[in-house]
Unconditional design. Structure first.
Lengths: 626, 231, 182
């Protein structure tokens, strides 16, 4: 047993920065990391056992307690809840005979809640022994669990045919559907893989490539919108023994699943984008940080990388260009939303907890193993191939004056056609709603829980003051009210997640509470503010929803929400957004709940609070003067 | 090459050395910026957010941000004073900080910041979390009720091979700083004392001796935290 | 100027805060010139005889009687002041808040090392007794509280300054040395 752990460690040359892979291998071997293995890891890697546990205890898919033969991770994102997650959860609990968060005594079943798995268009979904099961219903749950009770292999329990496109590839074989509803320049099967790397780069200097990308005004598609060309230029400028290109495929923002589709159908485009970035910046190390939830793609993607090497689009002297050496390794995550933040992602790549770093220094100065590092989103990298192929002028002919090209939208929630839509920048929310067949819409969450909740009021019915409000230069939190707003960096920037809620949804109880739970669970716990405030604010919202709230409670939420803005990373800074943006755009929902006639309510429940002690001593409660 | 940098804190010109952080430069110039997780001699990691200042109307942690020429830093402004007070209050309600029973009282930096910012009652509800105490080490006691997750012990208390005695565990609001069980058993005396000293609060308590400083003579009884810096 | 009326009580506290009120020493003679005491352990008035200006609360709420008295004070006092750590944050009694109340009772009456005399394993359950709350509560989480004077006990100088300020309506100044949490 000790030998096995030592063997795994030596597979990675005893490199502490490969701790993620080591732990993943140990999980594959025995399902969890026991204390004895932790001790071996500690002594072999020269760190304390507490430091090993520091990494293990951070990630959702790691465990230091035995897990089950069948580990069922059921997605609890809002769209899953809207599509019957509660009944599915109940069915799992009934059939398995255990509660979520536990492992059955015989070690057969383990049930776990899990944040968004990138399957919002086909939820509720569950990951069972690394395989994705979509569109779950209580009936399907029963069939699944019956099969498990018979001891069947997990792959024999798949109840739908394989999905479309590469989902049916021999190396994938999953029932995931792409749901590509509208294609554009990126979602275009008509292209020759690696043509840019193999034929075009040799005529261009790295400087030319950067200039073309800069001229295209391409901005980061993960959500932050940093100019890509500028990032490459910075990365090239910093001296380093190595330079690193990282593809951020940790799409964890609930409601986002575009990268899943890109990686399934267009991995060549993404990897070629990395090679272009490497050429432009002089990088020799390439890393794809793939969220654990997409592990089912790993063999397929590794095969694609091999094909790319065989085509001389990776490896040594790529494309016949002397000394253009670059290769790509895929690093699996282990379940942590915050790792989508680029510096947290780098920490994770180094085998540590995914805690964001302080900036400056930025990754382009000091990133992976302190080398200059460029982190780009899947979609951004894919776009660079098209830009190199067709030129920056061609690219800027798409979109608006300040936002060029197209954007992949992940649309889910209450609409007839959830899925991926590639639209030009400048498309209005109204147009998106029409495309996806959404009716009776109450609200849309744009940009996931960290984004904004937009309401339905029509611009034609605004009074003057409200109109003025609308024209106010938009900070994150002002006037996100209207469906005529356009997706663009100056009006409504987005990473591409759009979740639609119809008029039957309870926005506060269902949606906002779900998002707050998400932020509470996914905080890395490093900053005092993000660690504690979301929970406190959620409890305040619960108080309001219970009918005990007073006006001061709304004011408190608004002012406490400001405190969280001093957190280190985007997750922390936006962790109060579900509450703040719903107060801003749906204040009437809060006002409906609060008591008008009192300015103080403590929700103090004497009868409930004395029950336990009265029961224990065996007496009847007696209440005076109330 | 010129190695000095000129920048402003609340309008006052400060001269600093290149490479210094804002906190270092400010403190050298006699301007107090409150800190908790920052600790002299180790790489800063802005965990507590106490030192948040505003630069170009963006929040930055002064302990991690290097000074640069012409930088304009807002520090002692109402907004930030209230922000810092909120953070102190947040720490009080997130743990169980019952000062009268704590050995660190009077020398506690969190408490001292509470005094300096005149926290009379936290604005947030008390959570009274159920947290444990690890007394397995013969030398120290680790009281999770008082830990503010500043990481100072994690960064400063190491053995001769550089192994950490303390590490984080879990994430989100379940995060804890734990003592390595094996290393805790053989912790040398001087390191145990240092661990208590480096802890800004009473989460690490050296065993056996306690309460040996009379009230009135402790570090923050008479003079506010930061007064040693301010000119 | 008519005298302001003051009431005081000790809920789940140790009376230390009241002792600290007495620690204002000879200034108590000045105080008597400024204020009149109503319901308070100081004069042993059990029930409010009129509306009171300032109610001073020592201790938090650990049982039903504490809650009733606190509410009684809120109804009869224009201003409520939480005096001391127990009133402000539960204090020493709140150290049981992390432990289920059943376990506390078990230890206190049945298992603890000092209960050997309770041979019949009697648990106090007379209906006349106050009922124990699941948790100890700071006063402001039960009723609205207007002012807070920290300390364990609050320094006599702090109490004096605060009382004078409240009675005279002047601004209160809080010197560093007097605002302490222990």
């Amino acid at each position: 047993m000790k030998e096995k752990v030592v063997e795994i460690i030596s597979k990675y040359n005893g490199d502490r920065s490969r701790l993620m892979d080591i732990l993943l291998d140990i999980h594959d071997w025995q399902g969890y990391v026991d204390d004895a293995s932790v001790d071996v890891l500690a002594s072999e890697l020269g760190i304390s056992a507490a430091e090993v546990n520091e990494t293990i205890s951070f990630y959702h898919f790691f465990s230091n307690k035995p897990r089950a033969k069948y580990n069922i991770y059921l997605n609890d994102s809002i769209t899953a809840c809207m599509r019957g997650r509660a009944q599915v959860e109940q069915a799992f609990e009934n059939e398995c005979g255990i509660k979520f968060g536990t492992v059955s005594a015989d070690g057969v079943f383990g049930l776990y809640d899990t944040s968004c798995q990138g399957m919002n268009d086909q939820g509720p979904a569950a990951i069972i022994n690394d395989l994705v099961f979509t569109n779950l219903t209580p009936y399907r749950v029963k069939a699944l669990v019956d099969g498990m009770k018979e001891g069947k292999e997990i792959k024999d329990l798949v109840y739908e045919a394989n999905g479309d496109g590469n989902n049916a590839d021999p190396d994938m074989q999953v029932m995931v559907q792409n749901h590509i509803r509208k294609g554009g320049m990126l979602l275009d099967k008509n292209f020759e893989p690696y043509a840019v790397v193999n034929n075009m780069l040799k005529d261009k200097s790295p400087e030319d490539v950067i200039q073309i990308v800069q001229d295209s005004n391409l901005r980061g598609r993960g959500g932050a919108g940093f100019p890509t060309g500028l990032k490459w230029r910075f990365g090239r400028r910093v001296e380093g023994e190595h330079r690193v290109i990282i593809c951020n495929a940790d799409e964890g923002e609930p409601g986002t699943f575009k990268d899943r589709v890109m990686l399934t159908e267009f991995p060549e485009l993404v990897f070629e984008g990395m090679a272009i970035a490497a050429y432009a910046t002089g990088a020799d190390i390439g890393l794809v940080y793939l969220r654990y939830e997409y592990r089912y793609m790993l063999d397929f993607l590794n095969r694609k990388l091999q094909e790319m090497r065989d085509a001389n689009a990776l490896g040594k002297d790529i494309g016949g260009i002397k000394d253009f050496n670059f290769d790509i390794r895929i690093q699996l995550g282990a379940g942590a939303y915050v790792c989508g933040e680029e510096s947290a992602l780098i920490e994770s790549l180094e085998g540590k907890r995914g805690e964001p770093r302080d900036k400056p220094p930025f990754p382009v100065e000091k990133g992976y193993l302190d080398y200059p590092t460029i982190v780009n989103n899947v979609e951004t990298l894919a776009a660079t191939v098209k830009i190199l192929q067709n030129g920056s002028e061609w690219f800027t002919s798409f979109g608006t004056k300040d936002s060029h090209g197209t954007k992949l939208l992940s649309v889910s929630g209450d609409c007839r056609f959830p899925g991926i839509y590639e639209v030009e920048w400048g498309t209005s929310i109204r147009e998106v709603l029409q495309m996806c067949g959404a009716e009776n819409v109450q609200a849309i969450q744009v940009g996931g829980p960290s984004g904004v909740l937009i309401g339905t009021r029509d611009i034609d019915h605004l009074n003057k003051t409200e109109l003025m409000n609308w024209y106010k230069p938009s900070g994150m939190m002002t006037a996100e009210k209207f469906f005529d707003r356009k997706l663009s960096y100056s009006d409504l920037p987005t990473g591409g997640s759009m979740i639609i809620f119809n008029k039957d949804r309870n926005l506060l109880e269902e949606v906002v509470m779900n998002f707050m739970d998400f932020f509470i669970e996914e905080s890395c716990g490093s900053c005092s503010t993000c660690r504690s405030l979301p929970q406190i604010m959620k409890e305040k919202l619960e108080k309001i929803l219970s009918g005990a709230g007073v006006r001061q409670d709304i004011d408190d939420l608004l002012s406490w929400g400001k405190v969280i803005k001093v957190s280190r990373c985007g997750l922390g800074q936006t962790a109060a957004n579900p509450i703040l943006s719903s107060i801003l755009n749906f204040r009437h929902l809060y006002e409906e709940h609060i008591q008008a006639m009192t300015d103080y309510d403590n929700t103090f429940d004497m009868e409930g609070l004395v029950k336990a002690s009265c029961d224990f001593v065996g007496r009847k409660p007696v209440f005076h003067n109330s | 090459m010129n190695n000095t940098v000129k920048f402003k804190i609340d309008g006052n010109i400060v001269t600093a050395e290149k490479g210094q952080t804002i906190v270092e430069a400010a403190h050298a110039a006699g301007i107090y910026i409150p800190t908790l997780c920052n600790f002299k001699g180790v790489k800063p990691k802005g965990c507590c957010r106490m030192c948040s200042v505003k630069i170009n109307s963006r929040y930055m942690t002064a302990c991690t941000t290097p000074v640069s020429d012409g930088m304009e830093v807002e520090n002692n402004i109402d907004e930030l004073v209230d922000m810092r007070k909120s953070i102190i209050e947040l720490m009080f309600v997130s743990g169980n900080h019952f000062c009268p029973s704590c050995e660190k009282s009077g020398n506690c930096e969190l408490q001292a910041l509470g005094y300096r910012y005149q926290m009379l009652v936290p604005r947030f509800p008390f959570s009274f979390p159920q947290k444990g105490i690890d007394a397995s080490s013969p030398k120290i006691m680790k009281d999770q009720n008082r830990c503010i997750m500043c990481k100072r012990c994690m960064k400063t208390i190491k053995d001769e091979n550089g192994k950490n005695y303390f590490a984080f565990k879990n994430r989100s609001n379940k995060v804890e700083v734990v003592l390595d069980a094996e290393m805790g058993k053989t912790m040398p005396d001087d390191l145990a004392k240092l661990a208590m000293e480096n802890c800004p609060v009473g989460s690490i308590i050296y065993k056996e001796i306690g309460y040996n400083e009379p009230i009135g003579t402790r570090k923050y009884d008479k003079t506010p935290i930061g007064s040693e810096i301010e000119v | 100027m008519s005298k302001k009326i003051i009431a005081t009580t000790s809920l789940a506290g140790c009376f230390g805060c009241h002792m600290s009120i007495l620690d204002i020493d000879e200034r108590i003679l000045q105080l008597i010139e400024l204020v009149e005491f109503n319901k308070s352990p100081v004069d042993d008035i059990k029930k409010f005889t009129k509306q009171v200006d300032i109610g001073i609360i020592e201790g938090g709420c650990c049982n039903s009687e504490n809650v009733e008295v606190l509410k009684y004070f809120r109804e009869n006092c224009n201003i409520l002041v939480s005096l001391g750590e127990c009133a402000i944050m539960g204090g020493l009694p709140a150290m049981r808040n992390g432990i289920p109340v059943e376990e506390c009772l078990q230890e206190a009456y049945l298992d603890g090392p000092t209960v050997s005399l309770n041979k019949e394993k009697i648990l106090p359950n007379d209906p006349e007794l106050p009922m124990i709350l699941e948790k100890v509560f700071p006063c402001h989480e039960v009723v609205k509280v207007d002012y807070f004077l920290p300390g364990c006990p609050p320094r006599a100088d702090l109490i004096w300054d605060a009382l004078v300020a409240l009675v005279t309506g002047n601004e209160m100044d809080l010197p560093y040395e007097v605002v302490k949490f222990d």
